[in-house]
Each structure stands twice: as C-alpha cells, then as structure tokens.
Design a protein around this ligand. Structure first.
Ligand code: FHN
Length: 414
C-alpha cells in the first residue's frame, strides 16, 4: 500500500477538526498497578519482569468497549500503546518473543483495537516507544554499542510491522526517543529517524507523525498540560495528560488525585483556544476493563461536548482578550466564549470586540442575552441567568457582523 503523500494541509485537516483524542496505556505494567515505569523505578531485572507475561491473560479485554467509551466521550481519535519502554509488544511481532501473542494471552490486542476503533468511526493512532529497557545499550551506549544498535534495529523492524500489517493507520505516536548521554540534536541520527519516517510515509502516505522521534514531523505532542504553549498557526499540536496523577499513565491501583470533570473540560477548551488538541489518557486495569473514575469522567465530557461541541470541533483561535472570564474560540463570524467563572450578576463584559455583536446565546440552553455597548469598545451581555447554565463551562455563542476583529486597546495601544 503506497502512493503519493498528500500535502500537509490536507493530512492535518481531520486532526484540526478532531480537537479531542483518547490515549490508552495498557500492558504488563498494569498488573502491579504502580504505573508504567514500575520496571525501571523499582529496578526490576528484565527476566524477573518478563514473568508478568505468564500472568497477562485479560479475559475481560474488549476493544469495542474501549472504542465505544472514547466515542461516548466525544473523542474523534484514539492512540494505543503497542509497546512501551518495557519492551512487551501488545501485537504479533516477528522480531520479538516478548509479545502478547507468544505468551499467556495468545492475542493480538493491537489487531483487536484497530478493528474496534475503525468500527466506531474514530481515527486510528498507534503509540510506539523507541527505547526498550531490556537492552543494556540503552543505559550504556558507549560501552555497549552493539546492544544499542540491536535496539535501533528492533525499532525499525517493529515500526515496519505496525505500518504494514494493521491496515490504514492515521496517526503514529512516537515516544521514548531519549538516550542517556546523547544531546537532543543527536537523537534523530541515533534512531535513523529520517529513514524510518520515510518508510512510514511510503507505507502510510496520509499518516500524521508526532515529533517525539527527534524530528519535527507533523504534530507537536510535547506540550504538557501544565504549560499549554500554542504553536504557530496551522501547525498541529496536542497537550496530553492522564486523568489521574502524572507518572500514572498506566494503571495506578491507588490513584486518588483524579482531575475533576471541570478541570478536564477546561484543559480541552484551553487547547482548542490555541488551535490545539487535547489527548486524554486512560489506564485500564490488568483485566482490560476501564476503572469507574475514568469511565464517569469520559462520559461527563461527552455529555458536555454533545451540547457544546460546535465550539470545540474544528474551532480556530479568536482574537479576543483572554483575560475575560474564560477562553474563546472562533469559526468564521462566530465567536464562542467559554466562561469558566460565571458572574453572579448574570452580566458579562467583553472588552476589545470591534464588531457589532448581532446575537449572543447560551449554547447549551438557547437562552438569549440582551446586548449593549459602552465606552472603550466594551460589549455587555445582559439578562443572563445568575446561576451558571452549565456546571462545568458555559459557552456563549456570539454572531458578529463579520470576521472577528479586536482593537481599541485600553488604556494604551498594543
Ligand atoms: O515515559 C513516557 C511515559 O511513560 C508516558 O508514556 C508519556 C505519555 O506521553 N510519555 C513518556 C513521558 O513523556
């Protein structure tokens, strides 16, 4: 399967429309329930860790359940860990015996996942960790160059397998490219990234590739939730985060610090306001089921998106002041104000809108605001409810008399 590579602007379209995806961290590390770094954090020898594969036989795994949950959450794409840093493949790799097909489970979970995600009408993403802690050369490149080379060869072969045997892949999510002792600008050369990505694009011409292989490629997925720094217009980017604590992308048995639905929706809005995506992580239990705390939050986000999704999906930046009560997005002559802190008076002031606001409506209820204007280009929305119409984030849809234009800076010129 190979053909001409479509231009970036064409390939990136679905990603900008999607705005929201789900990433799934699941594998042997889910069994101990102490996060996906348990092997390295607890210095578990590779042969001792490999014993987990004898216990990894998740009878309750149902990829359709995962895909349907992501769809119910309002996500438009999914990404699944085909192999994390521990080296265990959740698919049928011919270049490794450490796989879910050749051990207790005897299942190709990636094949089941891809089929289910496509059936749910979502875009298919595969996560792949370049580094593999089982190779001593990862930890000591200088004195174990052959082991490091073998790790690179494994990555090249496995990426080719993933790009060949699982049909159309929409998004390739690299991770784990760092090498102790190498500088950032040496990473791409070490992994021979240029050659690998040329092979990926030849096999999957429409694919999007993130920037975690040491090469910029199509999507900047290095934006941590803690500091959403937007990219230049047009460049696809995403912020990713676990629902619970950092360091717990994989299942953490005790994970009390789950983000609230409001926080998660605000993260999604913050990303959309910068024309970026939010990739939210779930870490299913060892048996393949998703914990209730994550299911409930995803369903609540989906409920919010079913009423307010038009302000997120395919949205663009708006030029208006961000210091208002939340964030704004735009589509043509429409501006969506996502109000995080609803004013008790039921009146909202928008500074610096140079346009005439023709109407202002609470998206989820249809309630109309009365519109007034005042000095220094202020627009007042009045007669709104005093109680926030939405418990998480209320969206007000404003129809302007043309392309949104900000100005009339106060008190000085920009
Ligand atoms: O080390 C990994 C980590 O386990 C997890 O997979 C995250 C997901 O973005 N990526 C790396 C840390 O940045």
């Amino acid at each position: 399967m190979s053909s001409e590579i479509p231009p970036y602007e064409e390939r990136i379209k679905w990603f900008h429309q999607a705005r929201f995806g789900i990433i799934v961290h699941w594998g042997l590390y889910s069994i101990p329930g102490r996060g996906e770094w348990v092997m390295k954090n607890e210095r578990i020898p590779a042969d001792e860790y490999a014993q987990l594969a004898k216990k990894f036989n998740p009878k309750k795994f149902d990829a359709d359940e995962w895909a349907e949950l992501a769809k119910e959450a309002g996500a438009k794409y999914m990404v699944f860990t085909t192999r994390h840093h521990d080296g265990f493949c959740l698919y049928d790799s011919k270049v490794s015996d450490f796989t879910s097909v050749k051990t207790a489970a005897k299942r190709d979970f990636v094949a089941e996942y891809v089929k289910a995600v496509r059936k749910a009408g979502l875009k298919v993403g595969l996560y792949y960790s370049l580094l593999d802690w089982r190779f001593p050369g990862f930890f000591d490149l200088k004195s174990k160059p052959d082991s490091a080379k073998a790790m690179v060869a494994q990555a090249q072969a496995q990426i080719e397998e993933l790009m060949t045997h699982y049909g159309k892949i929409d998004y390739f999510w690299y991770d784990g490219s760092w090498i102790p002792g190498l500088q950032k600008d040496e990473i791409a050369e070490f992994w021979e990234t240029k050659g690998i990505n040329a092979m990926v694009r030849k096999l999957q011409p429409h694919i999007l590739i993130n920037n975690r292989s040491g090469s910029p490629e199509d999507i900047d997925s290095y934006t941590p939730a803690s500091k959403i720094n937007e990219k230049e217009p047009g460049r696809g980017w995403e912020t990713s985060m676990p629902i619970g604590d950092r360091g717990g992308w994989g299942y953490l048995h005790n994970n009390p610090n789950m983000k609230s639905v409001t926080q998660l929706i605000q993260h999604l809005v913050e990303a959309a306001a910068g024309e970026g995506n939010c990739l939210l992580n779930i870490g299913p239990k060892p048996d393949g089921t998703v914990r209730k705390e994550e299911v409930d939050r995803l369903r609540a986000i989906g409920k919010w998106l079913s009423a307010n999704g038009e302000s997120i999906y395919g949205s663009e930046r708006s030029p208006f002041d961000r210091k208002m009560l939340g964030r704004t997005t735009a589509k043509g002559n429409i501006v969506y104000a996502h109000v995080f802190h609803w004013p008790k008076q039921g009146e909202i002031t928008f500074p610096s809108i140079m346009n005439k606001v023709k109407s202002a409506t609470v998206l989820s209820t249809g309630q109309q605001a009365r519109i007034e204007t005042g000095s220094s280009c202020r627009t007042f929305l009045k007669d709104l409810p005093k109680i926030p119409p939405d418990p998480h984030v209320t969206v007000i849809k404003m129809v302007l008399d043309g392309k949104p234009e900000a100005g009339c800076w106060w008190p000085s010129t920009p």
